[in-house]
Ligand binder design. Structure first.
Ligand code: HEM
Length: 228
């Protein structure tokens, strides 16, 4: 317990933990996106003579999800992700409380002129994403991976995305994620301070492009399924 408390003690340590757990989540999100893009690949992409057991999008997605559950190294990475996400949230709460306290003190002057609205509202964006993740995991992860009440993940995902409220929820969650990443990726690299200034200038654009790309690609999955 003392070790855990010690980890969060200084603000530099807190920022570094935030950066490492955030960047690990970005890594997960890229892999997660690639897997879920199968949902919008046309069936004609799966010629039976090439993919021996896979004839269409449905088979391919279920083969991918079967692999996720039965390949043990993936389970280890998943547990690192759950713990990382929990630490990211706890750390964010600690930083927010500390900032609130600091803003209560008169001598702290806040300069908003050089920052974007989304970089000043990372806590609100993070809360929306947190609510989204809880509902999202309840819809798929809980039913398929934990309870085992659903066996055809493809049918479950496609059926879920046909509902209007789900589409709206996903678009809100994914747009919030895009803005959160637009600031988060750059901020994480800045906190870790591992690159020279010249690379950081490039990183600004790489982070922004990655955030936009992820939001667009994640967003078109429920949109295409809903309208097809
Ligand atoms: C819109 C496209 C998305 C689809 C179709 C999708 C689908 C799924 C499915 C089917 C699962 C359960 C099976 C599995 O563990 O992989 C899952 C798990 C999960 N998803 Fe998503 N997801 C999407 C977007 C997102 C986004 C935007 C986030 C984060 C903000 C996210 C975070 C997670 C997490 C943390 C898990 C649990 C991971 C695990 O246990 O391995 N997903 N998703």
């Amino acid at each position: 317990m003392a070790f855990i408390q010690g980890l969060f003690k200084t603000s530099v340590a807190r920022k570094n933990i935030m950066a490492v757990t955030g960047l690990f989540t970005v890594f997960f999100l890229i892999i997660h996106l690639v897997g879920n893009l199968i949902l919008i690949i046309p069936d004609s992409f799966f010629p039976i003579e090439f993919w021996s057991n896979v004839a269409n999008q449905h088979d391919m997605y279920n083969a991918y999800s079967h692999f996720l559950v039965h390949f043990w190294p993936i389970s280890v990475v998943a547990w690192i992700l759950y713990i990382g996400l929990a630490i990211h949230v706890i750390d964010a709460l600690l930083i927010t409380v500390k900032n609130w306290k600091a803003h209560g003190e008169k001598y702290v002057k806040i300069d908003n002129s050089t920052s974007n609205w989304y970089s000043r509202n990372m806590g609100i964006l993070g809360t929306i994403i947190g609510i989204f993740i809880v509902i999202h995991m309840g819809q798929f992860w809980l039913k398929y991976k934990v309870l085992g009440t659903e066996h055809d993940l493809y049918e479950l995902v496609v059926g879920t995305f046909k509902q209007t409220w789900v589409l709206v929820l996903y678009l809100i969650g994914i747009i919030s994620l895009g803005f959160h990443l637009a600031h988060g990726i750059l901020s994480a690299h800045r906190s870790l301070g591992i690159y020279p200034k010249s690379i950081m200038n490039v990183m600004k654009y790489i982070g922004l492009c990655l955030a936009i790309l992820m939001a667009v690609l994640y967003g078109i999955i429920p949109l295409i399924i809903y309208f097809q």
